[in-house]
Design a protein around this ligand. Structure first.
Ligand code: HPA
Length: 271
């Protein structure tokens, strides 16, 4: 990754009409429908943006969509890149740097995750308050990182407190129950063993998933305020573990999606 490459990606998008978005939004697995809420959308498929990570076949639908929601200019990532697809930490966080260079001032992130905290149920939404990086690496561990910002990025409050409070208030007003907790990121793509679920609980995780943390680290590197939510798609109970079907995970995410869309839409209004 070089600044020249980033400049070319950004120039391509500006050329297409991506005109100074204020808010960037990353949509997780099964959570892509927020793009239907965008007025006057302009789409850029990942494969057509210079220097974007090359999309895999199963990932051909991935795109950036620019437009307005609640009169605010947004850029939405429908589909993200994961380590488990064979990308590296720089690839999967490249779009965050691009959105930042386009001008976003805030970042919303969503993901599908398993519930480690068994007080939480599938179909619940969890506001991420903090995280544990179990992916064995960092998107800031590269040679010329200092050209891009502070190498030793502070992570004492990675998820913006003000945006979290606003989202909690919205959830109350909208009658949406919102859990709160710690998200642990693993590489995947295999799901966890019973022993791993027990370990994650002992470590202090409330949810586990395969994304988000690298994006959050880079956003902190860039000084971008973040709000992130997990849609809980399965209950990770080591004493009653049933085989998990990825199709079921996606179905639960899709069923829960309207609540998430409402939360994000109301938050856009408030910012
Ligand atoms: N583990 C890891 N990632 C996940 C899970 C899980 O149980 N559910 C959804 N994403």
């Amino acid at each position: 990754m070089t600044k020249k490459q980033l400049n070319e990606s950004v120039a391509h998008l500006i050329n297409k009409g991506f005109d100074k978005p204020e808010i960037g939004i990353v949509l997780g697995t099964g959570l892509g429908k927020l793009v239907d809420e965008i007025s006057d959308p302009i789409e850029a498929h990942y494969n057509h943006i210079p220097f974007f990570p090359l999309a895999t076949v199963e990932f051909h639908t991935g795109k950036l969509v620019f437009g307005t929601i609640e009169e605010r200019k947004v850029v939405v990532m429908q589909g993200r890149f994961h380590l488990y697809e064979g990308y590296d930490f720089l690839d999967i966080t490249y779009p965050i740097r691009v959105m930042h260079m386009l001008g976003i001032k805030q970042l919303f992130i969503s993901n599908a995750a398993g519930a480690i905290n068994l007080d939480f149920k599938k179909g619940d939404i969890m506001l991420i308050e903090d995280h544990i990086n179990l992916q064995g690496g960092s998107p800031l561990a590269f040679k010329n990182v200092s050209e891009f910002g502070e190498r030793f990025t502070d992570m004492s409050e990675p998820y913006n407190l003000d945006m979290r409070k606003k989202l909690e208030k919205i959830a109350l007003d909208q009658n949406i129950s919102l859990q709160k907790g710690v998200y642990a990121s693993v590489v995947g793509p295999q799901l966890e063993t019973k022993a791993e679920y027990r370990m994650l609980k002992i470590l202090g995780a409330d949810a586990v998933g395969m994304s988000t943390v690298p994006e959050v680290i880079v956003a902190n590197h860039l000084g971008l305020p973040i709000v992130a939510v997990s849609v809980l798609t399965d209950e990770c109970d080591p004493d009653n573990l049933k085989p998990v079907e990825i199709a079921e995970i996606i179905a639960i995410a899709e069923d829960t999606e309207p609540k998430m869309v409402r939360l994000f839409r109301e938050l856009i209004k408030l910012l």
